[in-house]
Design a protein around this ligand. Structure first.
Ligand code: PLP
Length: 386
């Protein structure tokens, strides 16, 4: 029997030997017993330190790889950590990064910070022809989002992937807005898929995380980057994301149905001038969306009749829907892109992207759709007659 002080450290450890939990537990440990013989491997490597690998994360990584039709995956402390790691892995002096103009606002300054290392950053689009025009030369990396924010343009991944293949360029697709249930970019020829797990995949607005899914060799290289940058996901967060992911299909079914009903309702509203939802025949991407997507997602954007002040009054007057710039959770949220996600862009650049000052983005959650419609209607009416 070890002495008292040693018992405070190791006492009872044997009590869980042979226990097999039904649900993946949180492996809350920084270290693992280092295997001194060569035989014991985890993912082809000795499991020794949670900055490198952690079993809770690995279950999430396997699940994401299976969902996206990839060989393997890695999880990160945020969506931005996943994107940063990708840029670190792929870009070198002399590389050209072709970046779609309407990617998530923070991705653009991140990309530009690589210019000081001799990377050319070519902001293109949002039209596909303009992006394709830039895909030529050596060492080209193309970064796009499958569904853009906030106007929900759906990119023809088949076309971009085929141009990338011919030009020997690598294609990274941020698939956060589509989710793997609505689109699997790797099976359309993309090389790498990125997710902000914070959004639909975790789905409860309570955790931040990111992921990269790709082929085995690319993931091996990215594993080195993640280990050196130290931006692996915390296993507590992985546990929450694993739990959230189990209901992705059920959540999406309900929120997409409500989003479509709300988009149709807004199209007929006399205080609304424009509606953007890829499931509406009036959306410019409707035909591509119908061909590529299994579902149209639960984000709806629209322009209120009036100006920026009317849009802000609308946000203030909402009761059930909460003002917040995120998306993909159980709670319905509303945001004003011109003063939140896209506030750092000059006004002319926003105008070029079609992001007007009276634009509102809704992320539809799981509340009763009738309560959401009543909330929107009453906020529109009081915003228009202050
Ligand atoms: N990609 C997209 C499309 C996003 O909307 C976001 C965040 O809003 C990110 C990436 C960044 O993800 P995170 O906030 O988890 O770092």
């Amino acid at each position: 029997m070890p002495r008292e002080v040693t018992r405070t450290i190791h006492g009872g450890e044997e009590a869980t030997e042979g226990v097999e939990p039904f649900i993946t537990p949180i492996y809350q440990t920084a270290i693992f017993p280092y295997p001194l013989d060569d035989g014991k491997k985890f993912r082809g490597r000795p499991l020794k330190y949670s900055r490198e690998d952690n079993p809770t994360n690995v279950v999430l990584e396997r699940r994401l790889a299976l969902l996206e039709d990839g060989d393997d995956a890695l999880v990160f402390s945020s969506g931005m950590a996943a994107i940063s790691s990708c840029f670190f892995h792929f870009l070198k002096s002399g590389s050209k990064l072709v970046l779609s103009r309407d990617v998530y606002g923070v991705t653009i300054p991140l990309a530009k910070s690589f210019e000081k290392y001799g990377v050319e950053v070519d902001l293109r689009g949002p039209e596909i022809e303009d992006i394709i025009d830039a895909i030529k030369g050596d060492n080209v990396l193309v970064f796009v989002e499958s569904i853009s924010n906030p106007l929900l343009r759906v990119l023809d991944i088949d076309e971009i992937a085929s141009v990338c293949r011919e030009a020997n360029a690598s294609l990274i697709v941020d698939n956060t807005f589509a989710t793997p249930l609505n689109l699997k970019p790797l099976s359309h020829g993309a090389h790498v898929v990125i997710h902000s797990l914070t959004k639909y995949i975790a789905g409860h607005n309570d955790v931040i995380g990111g992921a990269i899914i790709s082929d085995t060799k690319t993931i091996e290289g990215l594993w080195q980057v993640r280990t050196r940058l130290g931006c692996i996901l915390d296993p507590h967060a992985a546990f929450l994301i694993l739990r959230g992911l189990k209901t992705l299909n059920a959540r999406l079914r309900i929120s997409q149905e409500s989003a479509k009903a709300i988009a149709e309702y807004l199209e007929d509203h006399n205080l609304v001038t424009k509606v953007y939802y890829p499931g509406l025949p009036s959306h410019p991407s409707y035909e591509i969306a119908k061909r590529l997507l299994r579902g149209y997602g639960s984000v709806v954007s629209f322009e209120v009749k009036g100006d920026e002040a009317t849009a802000k009054r609308f946000l203030r007057n909402l009761k059930v829907i909460k003002p917040s710039p995120s998306l993909g959770g159980c709670e319905s949220l509303a945001s004003h892109p011109a003063s939140s996600s896209h506030r750092d862009l000059p006004r002319e650049e926003r105008a070029r992207l079609g992001i007007s000052e009276n634009l509102i983005r809704l992320s539809i959650g799981l509340e009763d759709v009738n309560d959401l419609i009543e909330d929107i209607d009453s906020a529109l009416k009081s915003a228009s007659s202050p």
